[in-house]
Structure formats: C-alpha cells, structure tokens
Design a protein around this ligand. Structure first.
Ligand code: PLP
Length: 413
C-alpha cells in the first residue's frame, strides 16, 4: 500500500473550496429566515456581481443569477437568438456544457482547434470556419455541420483570456453574437486589463464547487445589454412575467402572474446565493492565494525539459494549473496520472476534446486527428491541485511528486 493511498488519508485533493465562518453564518442566516428559495440574497448577489465587474470594465453591467454555468450558457445563447438551423462556433478544447447548451437549443456546433502552444481557440481557424459556413459550405473541408454561423463561444480556459479583439472582429464580420464562456474566469483580465465576461454580448460564469469562487452550484450571466438580461431573467423562471420574489413578497396581488414564454427552472436559491456573496467579497484574496501556488509551480517546473508550464499572463485567474509533459514522458501521461494518484496527489485532465466524444463523433462524422492541436494538448496534460487553502507543505509535496515522474529533484528545496 503506498504511503498516500488514492482518496485516502494524506491525499491532497484535486480541489477543495475555501469555506469559512462567514459562509457558514450566511447560510444559517438564510436557513433561519424562513425563505429558502430565490429572493433578496440572489438579487443582492447579482447586483453586487454586476457592480464589481462593471467597475472593473468601466461600464454599467446587468447580471442574472442562475442555477449553474450550464443553465447560464443555455439562456445566454437563447437570448442571443441561437435557433435550429444556426451554427455555434465552439472550441474543441472545452467542457461538455459549452457545446451541449447550443445543441439543446436545436442548433449545430462547429468545433475550432486551439492555437499553437495554447489552450485557447485559434482565431485563424475561427475565421476560416466562420467564412466556410457563411459561404454555405460545411464547417470543415472534410464535412461537419452546415448552417448560418450565429454565435461564437470563446472559452477563457483555466482563467486565461482569449484574444477577444480578434474574436469580436470575426464575429462582427459574419454577423455573429459572442457569448463568453467565463466559467473559469472570475476574476480574469485581458492583456489590456479588461475583465473577462464583459467583452462580448454576454458573459457566463460558473460557481460550481471547484471554481475560483463557489456557491456549491450556481452561475451568473452578465451583459451590457439590459434587454438581454431581462430575457435571461424571464427564461430562468418558467417565462413568468414578474420576478419570482415579487410573486411571493411583493406588495401587489401575490397570486397573479402570466406566462409569456415557455421557460426553464434555472433560478439560484438564496442559500447558495448567500455563499456566493461572501465568496465574491473574497475573490481577490482567493486569487492571490492561487497565484502564489502557481508561482511556486512555475519556479519549480520551468526549464525542465520534460515539462511545459502553462502559458500565463498577468490577468490570469489561475483557476487551473495544466502542466504539459513533453516527449518521451508525454507518451505515458495516463501512467503518470496514476502514479501521482498513488502518491496521494489528486489530479485531473482538462479537457477531453469534444470531437473525441461519441455523441459528436457520430453526429458530425468526426475522427481522431481532426483537431490536432487540441488532441496533442489533451494527450500530455495533467492538471495539478491549485486550491487557495493549500499549505506550503502540500504545494511542496505536489512538486516533489512531479519530480519523481521526471527523475529530477525539486530545485526549490
Ligand atoms: C468551460 C466550462 N464551461 C461551462 C461549465 C459549466 O458550469 P457549471 O458546472 O456551473 O454548469 C464548466 C464547468 O465545469 C466549464 O468547465
């Protein structure tokens, strides 16, 4: 039995939320209030989120709290007009939610490869794919979906911002809306200091348990366009024409409402929103802690021929630390994952590119090799733990364990 068995005592988990007394008190306050579903906490959360991001963006923003980032993507894409027969352009290198939200609206998805030495979508490939679709061709020379290019969904992978100038330019040229998948990117900034999620028509954040700030489950849709947020608000609660909290607590007739649209049930309950509000206040403190861990990893791993540290920028949210193995170690990535787990290090792989998923392979006739950069990155990446509560000793243990793989010594010791 190894000293640190998988998921056993002594294991450093891949992720652990940073939850303290303030979050506990906030939940208790809601539990004791007699109102557990959506009301003032969710409303305050969305207002505080919009204010903070709006201040950073230098422009007023509107926000709608939702039950998940996935739900937020679904509603933002709907509000941007994505419909059956349209195509959403989505990076191949992302989580299922980015593409699934579009397919659930009856639209098609065209995948776009990563840029060289990057986890982010390649803007030349984006332009090429949009042009082919606009000319009435299939998305790729080898086939794939056809239809009107309607929305592009750049993903700020791991908290690193896409080149939004280039994305927006291509979107404008082909009449596409831009929905930023900012699930990993709160708070993240472009090279010129603009906050991720504020540069397209809408930005969607996730507060899933492993994210940079969390409410357990939850999400936020943000936009400069108040009408778009009004549509998201309408759709998140059955298409009912008045906010849910007014229906129960407002001064007007409490029982009367009208359904003006078929909608969903994507509201964020107050118990979760109350956690999110505390985490929002702590966002910079948590970012600082992740940055410190990333700096230690960078110092330890850069210059080691077997390893490539993740590309980074000053505005990176450092949600993930995706370390890439170089040949010949890259060929045994899965073995390295198992070895790290056996040494008691919780690791993950972000992401399995979507063109490798059975559903999309079948739907679009895709095969291995179709998105070579995404595939190459996937084949050699290991995400290391980078959660704010990690101690120096734990960070050191992760570094030592990686060095056991490379046969080297931790140069920081
Ligand atoms: C890139 C990306 N987009 C969207 C989501 C969906 O967020 P949620 O889990 O809040 O639905 C995730 C979740 O992991 C993600 O990684």
């Amino acid at each position: 039995m190894p000293a640190h068995s998988r998921n056993g005592a002594g294991t450093i988990p891949f992720a652990r939320p940073f939850i303290g007394k303030e979050e506990e008190d906030a939940v208790l306050r809601v539990l004791r209030s007699g109102w557990l579903t959506t009301d003032g906490e969710a409303l305050a959360f969305e207002q505080e989120f919009a204010e903070r991001l709006g201040r950073a963006a230098g422009t007023p923003l509107a926000a709608a709290a939702v039950s998940s980032g996935t739900g937020g993507l679904h509603l933002a894409l709907e509000a941007c007009g994505l419909r059956a027969g349209d195509v959403a352009l989505v990076p191949a290198y992302t989580f299922a939610a980015t593409a699934g939200a579009a397919v659930c609206l009856g639209a098609e998805v065209a995948f776009v490869d990563c840029a060289a030495d990057s986890f982010l979508l390649d803007t030349d490939s984006l332009e090429r794919t949009a042009r082919r679709l606009a000319e009435g061709k299939t998305a790729y020379e080898t086939g794939g979906p056809a239809g009107r290019p309607r929305v592009v969904v750049p993903v700020h992978f791991g908290g690193l911002c896409c080149d939004m100038g280039a994305v927006n330019e291509t979107a404008r040229r082909y009449g596409m809306s831009v929905v930023e998948d900012a699930a990993h990117a709160f708070p993240a900034y472009t090279e010129t200091g603009e906050p991720a999620g504020t540069l397209g028509d809408a930005g969607v954040f996730s507060f899933y348990a492993t994210k940079t700030i969390t409410s357990g489950e939850g999400g936020m849709v943000v936009s400069r366009n108040r009408d778009l947020i009004n549509r998201v608000s309408l759709l998140r609660c059955h298409g009912i024409d008045r906010p849910v909290w007014n229906r129960y607590t407002g001064e007007k007739a409490s029982w009367y409402y009208e359904v003006v649209q078929a909608g969903y049930k994507y509201n964020l309950p107050d118990i979760l929103a109350s956690i999110g509000r505390v985490q929002l206040r702590r966002a910079d403190e948590l970012l600082d802690k992740r940055k410190r861990i990333a700096a230690r990893y960078d110092a330890a791993f850069s210059g080691i021929p077997a390893l490539s540290t993740p590309p980074a920028s000053a505005g990176d949210a450092r949600h993930l630390y995706p370390l890439r193995l170089n040949p010949p170690l890259a060929a045994v990535r899965d073995h390295c994952v198992r070895k790290l787990q056996d040494m008691g290090i919780g690791v993950s792989v972000h992401f399995i590119p979507l063109h490798k998923m059975p559903y999309y392979r079948k739907r679009y006739g895709l095969k291995d090799g179709d998105f070579p950069r995404a595939e190459d990155t996937y084949s050699r990446v290991i995400s290391l733990p980078i959660w704010p509560g990690m101690t120096e000793e734990e960070t050191g243990r992760v570094i030592d364990s990686v060095f056991e793989l490379t046969g080297g010594k931790n140069p920081c010791l």
